[in-house]
Design a protein around this ligand. Sequence first.
Ligand code: ITT
Length: 201
Amino acid sequence: QIVVVATRNMGKVREFRHALAPFGKEVHSLHEYPDAPEVVEDGNTFAANAFKKAKEIGDFLNLPVLGDDSGLCVDLLDGAPGIFSARYAGEHGDDSANNAKLLDELMRLRQGDDTEQPLLSAARFVCALALYDPATGRSLESEGEVEGWITSETAGVGGFGYDPLFYVPQFERTMAELSVEEKQSISHRGVALERLIAKLG
Ligand code: ITT
């Protein structure tokens, strides 16, 4: 049975495939539907954008669709980049430019601090999910978060996005150093998906 996720982000797709395979679900992304429209992410919240992705693609395909809107909120940056995480450095989805900009901003703010503290700021990843069914016009929604720290140096090659800079205290490693299973067990997306599945009953 197929689950359509309204995303072009292969990092997200990999995680959904891994999480849903045990339920016998095959995950399709928008790479399988090249004619699907571009969804303009102009909502003010993760939840609003997740719903928009699910509804616009669900109505277009006439199939139930899962939308994921997620991002990184950094305390020292008053919650930025937040809903703008994918295009923080300008170009959409340029992970290494986004990471470089995040480090630049934090280093600038920390200038004058003479501590050798490698953890630059507390931060959290947030994920909002919406599962929209065009047959009923209804949607199920959930949200998940994970708390961590932005480190001064990238580490690890797993995951995607800001994972190499996001230090997870429970594991004493960055998100990019975790296996897919480990990441899923604590991540914003893993938590949000668990909550959505619980709502599905
Ligand atoms: P779609 O809209 O096609 O799903 P996107 O990458 O544009 O793909 P978002 O608008 O939700 O998706 O932006 C999410 C950004 O937040 C993503 O590009 C990463 O920079 C960051 N992000 C989200 N989840 C992450 C995770 O698990 N690990 C690292 N970074 C993450």
